[in-house]
Design a protein around this ligand. Structure first.
Ligand SMILES: [Zn+2]
Length: 285
């Protein structure tokens, strides 16, 4: 959404010196490590180490954007009935946003078929459907009303409002390309932690913000933050988070053997891939 509206909003905020605090921890901000469009920059929070775009977006602006303005092929174009039937036949495998690879990672990290998964940010439900086909029981949340309705009505997905995700109700709290969009990363992680049963797995797939990827693909990295992605997760942020939760982080292509061997201690695997996976296990009490 490099729309004039977005840039105008950013310009106004820059002039007013608004929107420079970290959207996750509320910290005072941090040094700019990249710039774009004259009025926006990308910073590393001094407090929580999150990479975030300034000026930041308020929760209201975010909500409005996802209800009306958000367009990105696959995730927002709703298939016709005929298209849906064809996609179902191939288990949505040809979609660029297919969850089949995520399901392999969930299994490698110990998620078992039969377990309950919250699909947080399910779009129109294809991934929830793939999880069900793999034997998981799924509850799904989607901020966009038309997409949630499609998931519920066309694919029979049990969709819920965010407020109705029950504490200690799931074995896996999964999100595919969501954490880079949410108003507060810390709140989303806390929500996942609450929703998980003891021993449950928080797992998020997201564009990789790491400097290792920036070194390998500077242009792609520069393009990956902005209006649609107000923040990126990387190894530095993950390591800082590991003070409180023992994360494992890896990038695509995922090293399945290393994931299977994870003993629950903080673990950073090679960081050069374009997609990042971070996961932690809720402690057993
Ligand atoms: Zn912060």
């Amino acid at each position: 959404m490099r729309s004039l509206h977005y840039l105008r909003l950013c310009a106004i905020k820059s002039i007013l010196n608004r929107g420079f605090h970290c959207p996750s921890c509320g910290g005072k901000g941090g040094p700019a490590i990249d710039r774009k469009w004259l009025v926006t920059s990308f910073r590393r929070c001094n407090d929580c180490a999150l990479l975030f775009r300034t000026p930041t977006t308020t929760e209201e602006e975010n909500e409005k954007f996802y209800q009306s303005d958000y367009e990105e092929s696959t995730t927002t174009d709703l298939p016709s009935n005929a298209e849906l039937e064809a996609l179902k036949k191939e288990n949505f495998a040809s979609l660029s946003t297919s969850y089949l690879g995520y399901i392999e990672v969930i299994r490698a990290l110990g998620g078992k078929p039969g377990g309950r998964v919250v699909d947080f940010g399910c779009s129109w439900g294809y991934g929830s459907h793939q999880l069900q086909q793999a034997g998981f029981s799924v509850e799904a949340f989607e901020i966009s009303k038309p997409r949630a309705t499609y998931a519920r009505e066309k694919l029979n997905i049990a969709t819920v409002d965010q407020a109705d995700i029950r504490p200690e109700s799931c074995d896996v709290f999964l999100s595919g390309h969501v954490i880079e969009h949410v108003p507060s990363v810390e709140n989303m992680i806390a929500l996942g932690e609450r929703a998980l049963r003891p021993g449950g797995l928080f797992i998020a797939f997201t564009p990789n913000g790491s400097l290792a990827l920036r070194a390998r693909n500077p242009k792609g990295w520069h393009q990956s933050w902005g209006g649609v992605h107000p923040q990126l997760i990387d190894d530095v942020f993950t390591q800082r988070m590991s003070d409180r939760r023992a994360f494992i982080a890896a990038t695509y292509p995922y090293p399945m053997e290393a994931l299977r061997a994870w003993d629950g201690s903080p673990r950073l695997l090679p960081m050069e891939g374009h997609e990042l996976m971070i996961a932690f296990r809720k402690p057993n009490v």
